[in-house]
Design a protein around this ligand. Structure first.
Ligand SMILES: C[S@@+](CC[C@H](N)C(=O)[O-])C[C@H]1O[C@@H](n2cnc3c(N)ncnc32)[C@H](O)[C@@H]1O
Length: 234
């Protein structure tokens, strides 16, 4: 099992995710990043060459997989902005409150075990006015497809690195207080509808009350282990 998780699965993820069909969607997403950027679940770093060096100050990429981070290091080389790669879960971000201008996630929210806590962490580390940029597959708006996604997820998840087919991404963002400022949904790639319904857009962090005390209280409440953080399986 460890052989699969630590060695085979990361190579499989890299092989699947480098598919050229994803490139236009990646380009469009990465072009909107600016300032200090956190990429959660950076994987093998396929977005790194797509960031605009004129707009991005630095990128911090986090991922739990050591092997994927090793592959990402190759794509970090030669970038004109600093890139830091850190082995970490999105549920426990090693960053202060309100420290990032952009948080970006592509095809990652499906695999995070405790999505509620990870979204609370994203909201915590984004500065007021910052943006969460997302491109994610998830629960289809078509009831017949959604039914199959719910049925198949328990079988699919153990094979595919924890990937859920049935996460209602927009609803989960709103529940975490991340307010979608732009949202497109639909089948954005060719292929089986179970896998190709996407949510793409930008969300704003929750408004913080003014004053340093209020800010840090908001952060403390959102941070895992110190406050709430919803444990939700889907
Ligand atoms: C389908 S891959 C996408 C990789 C990359 N975002 C891309 O666009 O190519 C899902 C990624 O989520 C990562 N992941 C899984 N659990 C995670 C967690 N708890 N926190 C952050 N990333 C996680 C995996 O290691 C993997 O790199």
């Amino acid at each position: 099992m460890r052989l699969y998780r630590d060695h085979l699965l990361p190579r499989l993820i890299h092989g699947v995710m480098r598919d050229a069909r994803f490139l236009p969607l990646r380009r469009e997403l990465a072009a909107r990043a600016r300032g200090r950027v956190l990429e959660i679940g950076i994987g093998s770093g396929l977005n790194l060459p797509l960031y605009d060096p004129g707009r991005v100050e630095a990128v911090l990429g986090v991922d739990p997989s050591h092997l994927l981070l090793t592959l990402a290091r190759r794509r970090a080389e030669g970038r004109s902005f600093p890139v830091w790669l850190v082995q970490a879960d999105a549920e426990r971000l090693p960053l202060p409150d309100a420290s990032m201008d952009t948080v970006l996630s592509s095809w990652t929210l499906c695999s995070i075990p405790d999505l509620g806590t990870a979204l609370a962490e994203i909201a915590r580390v984004l500065r007021p006015g910052g943006r969460f940029l997302f491109l994610e597959h998830g629960l289809s708006a078509e009831p017949s497809v959604a039914r199959w996604q719910r049925l198949l997820t328990p079988f699919w998840r153990p094979l595919a690195g924890g990937c859920h087919l049935d996460r209602p991404i927009a609803e989960r963002l709103r529940r975490a207080g991340l307010r979608p400022a732009r949202l497109d949904t639909g089948y954005m790639l060719a292929g089986p509808r179970l896998f190709t319904y996407h949510y793409r857009g930008e969300a704003e962090p929750p408004e913080r009350q003014s004053g340093a005390g209020a800010d840090s209280a908001a952060g403390a409440e959102a941070a895992p282990g110190r406050g709430k953080g919803t444990a939700c399986d889907r």
